[in-house]
Design a protein. Structure first.
Length: 327
């Protein structure tokens, strides 16, 4: 670990060995032949917009200096996390953006062209309703918008009142080809739903990226979701043979202390690089994309029994437990 321009820099120059790669197999025995070097920038929101943009620009530049070909930014990249209250006045007017011409996509385009890398970001997308969408985007190295994915699952409990501001995603969470790999771009709360990770894997995703804004539960001060959050995401990667990228924010906004801990894990569920809970950080990791095919050989997909799971597609409301968060 080193420090650069106020960021802790954590780099994995080489992928971890692929445990299921058979040294006696002429195909699997060879070294990695599809490498992708990615970066993630963890930072706090700053109410001074030019300072916030400068921080993001610096973080991306640090990742690129470490060889990143694609860089990921946190949820609501340029915005505060305004969902702590269910009645933030004029939230869509204050924080919402048009997709193509808004400041978040324009910043991503500028960074992509300047550094010749793909850049992923997140914004509050304007819509023709009282609520907008929580939208992840990605532009390629030429600045072309190549991905737009609206957050599928919307939290609705104390201090995370996203249901007051965001419509559920309506785009099916597509898989897109960028920088020689196949990506899915869900967002934050989507992390907790194994069905979505499985769907993305079945659609061919090799890397699943979650821009994130998660932290404390002020009305449950003894509860820390960070260990479960980390384990859940890495385990979904293990179950679906996908690399996982979770890029969270840090800092205190109102009653919430965001806990950072951004990380990148591999298809075997191993965390490759991880950021601290409370400091700006840039993560860079070299991915061996062939590890997905290695682990799929274990039978994760071709021994599935979809006929036994049909109930998973049912609309079943189990109700909110009496003492659930937000009750």
């Amino acid at each position: 670990m080193t420090t650069a321009h106020g960021f802790e820099v954590i780099v994995a120059d080489e992928p971890l060995d692929s445990p299921f790669r058979d040294p006696g197999d002429g195909v699997r025995a060879r070294g990695p032949d599809r490498l992708l070097r990615i970066g993630a920038v963890q930072c706090a929101w700053n109410p001074d917009a030019p300072v916030m943009e400068a921080t993001l620009r610096t973080g991306v530049a640090v990742a690129v200096a470490e060889g990143a070909e694609m860089v990921f930014l946190q949820e609501l990249t340029r915005s505060p996390y305004f969902c702590v209250s269910p009645d933030e006045p004029d939230a869509l007017k204050k924080f919402g953006e048009p997709l193509e011409t808004g400041p978040t996509v324009m910043l991503a385009r500028s960074l992509a062209i300047e550094h010749n890398v793909a850049v992923h970001a997140s914004l509050y997308e304007q819509a023709d309703s009282e609520r907008g969408y929580n939208t992840a985007v990605c532009v390629d190295a030429s600045g072309v918008l190549v991905a737009r994915t609206r957050k599928t699952h919307i939290p609705e409990f104390e201090y995370y009142h996203e249901d007051a501001y965001f419509e559920p995603g309506d785009d099916g969470c597509p898989v897109v080809d960028i920088a020689g790999a196949r990506f899915g771009f869900p967002t934050c709360w989507d992390q907790w739903f194994p069905e979505l990770a499985r769907k993305l894997s079945m659609d061919g995703a090799e890397v699943i990226v979650y821009p994130t804004a998660i932290g404390s539960e002020p009305h449950r001060p003894g509860f820390d979701s960070q260990p479960m959050w980390r384990q859940m995401i890495a385990a979904n990667g293990l179950a679906n043979a996908t690399f996982m990228v979770a890029v969270n924010r840090i800092g205190v906004e109102g009653p919430i202390s965001f806990y950072g801990s951004s990380f990148i894990s591999d298809p075997y569920g191993r965390v490759i690089v991880e950021a601290p809970r409370d400091r700006p950080a840039v993560l860079v990791a070299q991915l061996d994309l062939g590890q997905r095919a290695d682990w799929l050989d274990f039978g994760l997909m071709y021994t599935r029994r979809p006929d036994a799971y049909r109930r998973l597609a049912d609309r079943t409301d189990l109700g909110r437990p009496k003492d659930a968060l937000g009750s």
